[in-house]
Design a protein around this ligand. Structure first.
Ligand code: NCD
Length: 305
């Protein structure tokens, strides 16, 4: 693997190997000194053109836990305000000598271009509504830690699927590992063409509650127009929100996931988000270990300790 740009490039075996590797790094995070010298002398550059809390901090924490240095770029306060292009920004960062770039951008395909321009390994940390492969890997890693093999697991992904890079990536990872995925959304928030998704669909959350092992909620992507295609938030919550009453209809062992940021009271009730079924904070912690595994896989060739 020279870059991680899309979950589609990974076979079942690749994903299973990454889960195995992440399991080892997860133990490192529980140690008194949660750090290993594996990537001493390496530098990871973080190029984040879109806002981020979890993903950026998680990559930073992962790099540092492997003893790599980080070089972080955010457009606010940078020469982007003076008109500098993505290409010139990427080449400028490259000239500072990083070994890998992590890229988030609102344009589909931007991380591929950065990989071409710089020749460096690139990790896609989210490109528009397209892909978010490390989110998908941390999601299946989190489920695998809880449940073991995911063959036959029944998962529903509920919310703004059309504008969600997480839905695209996580559903692919789940299907690759043998899970059955149902997408639940208003018609207007489903992708126009689902032929390549290998998933079922449902028109309302009530249809799936009693039949799923995992329910994965998504935020409405207002910044991509997701809020413009249904009448009101109240109507949305009425058909798609995981309210407290609905959570009680889930099977006893069913788990609840969300990639964050959550809009409490819209797609998920606060009590459900903080309740015993919720894997939300596990997803965050496991995400560090998974990103350690990704950085390690891409950088552990010659020169790594
Ligand atoms: C998601 C993203 O940015 O794609 N968040 C994340 O990376 N954990 C989901 C979202 O913004 O809704």
């Amino acid at each position: 693997m020279s870059s991680l740009l899309t979950i589609e490039s990974l076979t079942r075996q690749d994903i299973e190997e990454m889960i195995g590797l992440a399991g080892g790094f997860r133990e490192v995070l529980d140690r008194d000194v949660p750090k290993v010298p594996t990537l001493v002398g390496k530098t990871v550059s973080l190029l984040f053109y879109e806002v981020s809390t979890r993903t950026r901090l998680s990559f930073e924490r992962a790099a540092k836990a492997l003893s790599a240095d980080t070089l972080t770029f955010a457009p606010g306060g940078s020469s982007v305000a003076k008109g500098e292009s993505l290409k010139d920004t990427a080449l400028t960062l490259q000239a500072m000598g990083p070994d890998l770039m992590v890229v988030r951008h609102k344009a589909t395909g931007a991380p591929w271009r950065v990989a071409e321009w710089t020749g460096l390994p690139v990790v896609n940390a989210g490109d528009g509504a397209h892909q978010h492969p490390t989110q998908a890997l941390l999601d299946v890693f989190t489920l695998h830690r809880r449940l073991g093999a995911l063959d036959g697991l029944r998962a529903a992904i509920v919310g703004d699927i059309r504008h969600s890079r997480v839905a695209r990536s996580t559903s692919q990872a789940l299907v690759t590992l043998g899970a059955e995925v149902t997408l639940v959304a208003p018609r207007t928030l489903l992708p126009v063409d689902l032929t390549e998704w290998d998933v079922a669909t449902a028109d309302g959350i009530d249809e799936v509650l009693g039949e799923v092992d995992v329910i994965y909620l998504l935020r409405i992507q207002q910044e991509r127009g997701g809020g413009d295609v249904f009448p009101s938030i109240a109507e949305y919550v009425g058909r798609f929100g995981l309210t407290r009453d609905r959570a009680e209809q889930l099977s006893a062992d069913a788990l609840v996931m969300h990639p964050g940021p959550m809009n409490r009271g819209v797609e998920i009730d606060p009590a459900v988000a903080d309740g015993p079924r919720s894997l939300v904070t596990d997803q965050v912690t496991n995400g560090i270990a998974l990103r350690m595994a990704v950085l390690y896989s891409l950088l552990s060739g010659e020169g790594a300790a």
